[in-house]
Design a protein around this ligand. Sequence first.
Ligand SMILES: Nc1ncnc2c1ncn2[C@@H]1O[C@H](COP(=O)(O)OP(=O)(O)OP(=O)(O)O)[C@@H](O)[C@H]1O
Ligand SMILES: [Mg+2]
Length: 295
Amino acid sequence: MTAFDQVAAMSLLSIDRLSVAYEDSAKQPVQALQDVSLDIDAGELVVALGASGCGKTTLLNVMAGFLSPDAGQARFRGEAITGPDADRGVVFQNDALFPWLDVRSNVEFPLRVKDWPKRERADRVDYLLRMVGLSKVANQAIWSLSGGMQQRVGLARALANDPEVLLMDEPLGALDAITRQTMQTLILDLWGRTRKGIFLITHEIEEAVFMATQLIVMSPRPGRIVARKNLDFSRRYLSGEPARRIKSDPAFVATREEVLSLILDSQLDSDRAEGEKSATYITRPKIERLHAAHR
Ligand SMILES: Nc1ncnc2c1ncn2[C@@H]1O[C@H](COP(=O)(O)OP(=O)(O)OP(=O)(O)O)[C@@H](O)[C@H]1O
Ligand SMILES: [Mg+2]
């Protein structure tokens, strides 16, 4: 195998035995991630699913280059990730748009940073706004947009530099159920058209099962990967099957229930471990026994 073939065979983004710990306010270590390994290839949509605080954003921050690992490696095309770069676009968990700029200027911002010439910048922003269906509101203020529209601005901005990987931290978390479903299909359509590698975080089980080609289920802190599943529901959507039909297919429902059980089991295991550490901690089985005793 030549050196070129080796690079070609390599994953786009690779996380190998990653561990990250923070310090709490009493300077005690908080183990956020432990021994996490994960590969993202071009054209793959990897979804991380897990309870609040299990380290999903921490994992994304390492991939983006905002945070360095305490142990393990994060590589992009085989090279260690040492900081943020235009090859990895980020859609942040909390609204991170610039409220003092209009829609067009928000999307244009990364291109200005990269000193794109004015004419090319304008063409690129027009293209991106068309892609996310926001051409009509290009000159509007951010505050005048709905939540779903704001998320689409964030998406267009993350795509501005044509990154190879898109890292999305709960991009649909703040949306109502209907807008959320529309946005799921918008992201899948974009993914189908661009064939980028995507890493997407959610705590919505149905969304995760629908969108993922590779689903990773994470345990409560310290975050570990407790299950991985290769799924093809998003590819079925891209080949023309309607989203609602896929989501009501018995195979989909069975997968959704299986993933729910995996999450509940890992939550119970973690509750038990906590219960063993602290005699006063009331675990779920204890709560169930208490209820049974009072019936
Ligand atoms: N800067 C920090 N300093 C100390 N602890 C932190 C810091 N950032 C995160 N943590 C802790 O690390 C753990 C993982 O946090 P992280 O934000 O990665 O979780 P998450 O899975 O993204 O949660 P959520 O679903 O609520 O967004 C949490 O217990 C959190 O309190
Ligand atoms: Mg988070």
